[in-house]
Design a protein around this ligand. Structure first.
Ligand code: G3P
Ligand code: MG
Length: 240
């Protein structure tokens, strides 16, 4: 079972910060996952929510602030006073952390609510700059953006994210132009999960923090999990 560190290592560090990514980069796990939004001045930044309220000492939508405005806020202190001083990372800064590691990189495009015009082109350009096109999978709950991404960059792996039990999501993925399926944990326990695995497409599951569930997913043939506790799950898998 492959392990992706979810939002860096969200269970042990402030999510989607450079310290979380450095912790993930130091682990002998398969990969890392993080979320991308776009600022008012067109910069790509790594953060989960549309607003900065939950994970910083500021307030407001990413889309309404410039990068330099965002850089005035602290993205670590909400998690622990010991983590004070974390800035919002840009996509470029996060890719730099993994530039020379072995980790597979899952970039989740968070254009679910706001369309973030031009986001796909900027991501493609940056991945080409870093020569990372063959070490990433680009995913989104917004399947229109995955369809458009695949048309622009057919050689970059794509995945659809979804929360529901679906009938033959692997066939739907072909319609979208997605190579892999990123499914919400309970959905893959059903027949759907088995059918998707049998189709030959990679099925990766979020967010799995319990060791007992890892065993269940392995039996189904799930390729990988996203977890907030990558070190804990890695150690569990290695001592079984
Ligand atoms: O990409 C897997 C997972 O991160 C999707 O959900 O809300 O944690 O971004 P979320
Ligand atoms: Mg995510």
């Amino acid at each position: 079972m492959k392990i992706y560190a979810h939002r860096g290592s969200a269970g042990t560090h402030p999510e989607n910060t450079i310290s979380a990514f450095k912790a993930a980069a130091a682990l002998p796990i398969f990969g890392v996952e993080f979320d991308v939004h776009m600022t008012k001045d067109g910069e790509l930044v790594v953060i989960h929510d549309e607003k900065i309220d939950r994970t910083s000492n500021g307030q407001g939508f990413i889309k309404d602030m410039t990068l330099s405005q965002l850089e005035a806020y602290d993205f670590g202190a909400w998690y622990s006073q010991k983590c004070r001083g974390e800035k919002i990372p840009t996509l470029r800064e996060v890719l730099y952390v993994f530039k020379d590691t072995h980790h597979h990189i899952n970039i989740e495009l968070k254009s679910d609510i706001f369309p973030y015009e031009g986001m796909e082109d900027k991501v493609i350009e940056m991945l080409q700059d870093y020569r990372l096109t063959n070490r990433v999978v680009v995913s989104s709950f917004n399947h229109e953006v995955i369809q458009s991404f695949k048309r622009k960059a057919p050689n970059i792996e794509t995945a659809i994210l979804f929360m529901e039990v679906m009938i033959a999501p692997h066939k739907y993925a072909d319609l979208v132009g997605a190579d892999a399926l990123h499914a919400f944990f309970p959905t893959v326990i059903r027949k759907m999960g088995h059918d998707a695995v049998a189709s030959g497409k990679k099925v990766r599951v979020f967010t799995v923090n319990e060791e007992a569930y890892v065993d269940m997913l392995e039996e189904i043939g799930i390729d990988a999990i996203f977890t907030d506790y990558p070190k804990k799950i890695y150690e569990y898998l290695n001592k079984r």
